[in-house]
Design a protein around this ligand. Structure first.
Ligand code: ZN
Length: 133
């Protein structure tokens, strides 16, 4: 499953980060998922809850923020959101995305990311916020 592979990467990255900070546990993991990452939030949480067992993440909560996709048209220069209804069909591996103004080809500016924005760690009972880019 797509979500499992992605979450596996997130869990690995967070555990490495926790190790660097000598964390004793991880409380929260805050991730941003773009509309065009084609990840189902419920599946992501399910994968996270499965993969976190027996790790520092065992008691961690996963917080997900959905990021709206932004595109720029190569033809007319339109920059902004996609047509919402075009985002409904999530069955395609490579979605066909067109400009809502002129149906021209577009560049995707944002919306494909799946990034860890913030991790809340516990280091010897002191809470520490870690911003990651
Ligand atoms: Zn256009």
């Amino acid at each position: 499953m797509h979500e499992f592979a992605v979450v596996e990467g997130i869990v690995k990255a967070v555990l490495e980060e926790a190790d660097k900070h000598k964390a004793t546990s991880i409380k929260e993991v805050y991730v941003e998922i773009g509309d065009l990452a084609f990840l189902n939030s419920a599946q992501v949480i399910f994968a996270f809850n499965t993969l976190k067992k027996d790790t520092l993440l065992a008691n961690a909560q996963l917080l997900i923020a959905n990021i709206e996709a932004q595109v720029r048209c190569k033809e007319c220069g339109y920059t902004g959101a996609m047509e919402p209804e075009k985002g409904e069909e999530h069955h395609f591996a490579t979605p066909f995305i067109i400009c809502p103004e002129c149906n021209g080809p577009v560049d995707i500016l944002t919306g494909r990311q799946c990034t860890v924005r913030n991790v809340r760690l516990t280091v010897d009972d002191d809470e520490e916020e870690k911003e990651s880019e």
